[in-house]
Design a protein around this ligand. Structure first.
Ligand SMILES: NC(=O)c1ccc[n+]([C@@H]2O[C@H](COP(=O)([O-])OP(=O)(O)OC[C@H]3O[C@@H](n4cnc5c(N)ncnc54)[C@H](O)[C@@H]3O)[C@@H](O)[C@H]2O)c1
Length: 257
């Protein structure tokens, strides 16, 4: 097992890619803190982990709220005493142009997607230093290959790539590795929301698949395997990197809608 007895905190793990990461980490022997603003989703993920024979802890967390993140750190250390891996995965997506996005939507997206990475990293780095741990941030192909009508989201995902490199440089001397994953379209909540925001959701989903060289969208588990790799000693000389898990995104056909 690649993560035997490690303690991993995964934000936004109450559904989608985060839940898949939580289950994959548990399969690899990690004890997983499942942090999500929707606590019922987090509890379901813990039940899934327990069904696999693993150990999990659900903590209601708003990653955009400093006090909530401080409580997440306290709950993690109270229960498991250490932290070895932080996966900053929680995000929201506003499917609008800049012109149509309200100031409140812009601020909320920045606060969760980029602010959440900042806050969780800020409060966990002192503890990750003790274990020479790892941070895995969830960016997106939209961090460098933008698409229409999700301007603020693309901006936050580009910001995560920059913040990943900055934290890697600042904390490499402490033995903390910081990397990010850039998934293509994945069959999970945010992609589904994007499809539903298009005039013909089914056509948008089919067209999205064809943007990838593999001519399909990905599965959450396919992203989770990369998260396991980056969190594990297999990636001991990997830091500051943006790893594409995108089925060759950008190499397929242009969208039909
Ligand atoms: N699905 C895709 O196609 C895709 C592609 C590229 C990148 N990603 C990235 O993967 C990650 C997960 O996306 P997903 O599609 O699984 O989405 P999802 O909506 O299924 O999961 C996101 C989770 O984050 C939680 N969350 C939202 N706001 C929160 C907050 N303030 N505090 C704590 N938790 C909060 C939600 O409750 C939800 O459980 C995101 O970072 C997203 O940008 C997704």
């Amino acid at each position: 097992m690649k993560l035997h007895q490690r303690v991993a905190v995964i934000t936004g793990a109450g559904s989608g890619i985060g839940r898949a990461c939580a289950k994959e980490f548990a399969r690899e022997g990690a004890r997983v803190v499942v942090a999500d603003i929707h606590v019922e989703g987090a509890r379901q993920t813990v039940r899934d982990i327990e069904a696999l024979g693993g150990t999990g802890l659900a903590v209601r967390t708003d990653v955009s709220d400093p006090e909530s993140v401080r409580q997440l750190a306290a709950a993690t250390l109270d229960t498991f005493f250490f932290i070895h891996v932080l996966v900053n995965n929680a995000a929201i997506q506003v499917n609008k142009t800049v012109e149509d996005t309200t100031f409140e939507e812009w601020n909320a997206q920045l606060a969760v997607n980029l602010g959440g990475v900042f806050l969780c990293s800020k409060y966990f780095i002192p503890h990750l230093r003790k274990t020479r741990g790892a941070i895995v941030n969830m960016s997106s192909v939209n961090g460098y290959f933008v698409e229409p009508v999700c301007a603020g989201y693309c901006a936050t995902k580009a910001g995560i790539i920059g913040l990943t490199k900055a934290m890697a440089i600042d904390h490499g001397k402490d033995g903390i590795r910081v990397n990010c994953i850039c998934p293509g379209y994945i069959d999970a909540g945010l992609a589904e929301g994007y499809f539903q925001a298009q005039p013909d959701p089914a056509a948008a989903r089919t067209a999205a698949g064809k943007l990838h060289a593999l001519w399909r969208i990905g599965r959450p588990e396919e992203v989770a395997r990369m998260a396991v790799f980056l969190a594990s000693d297999d990636a001991s000389f990997v830091t500051g990197a943006s790893m594409a898990v995108d089925g060759g995104f950008g190499s397929g056909l242009p969208p039909a809608v």
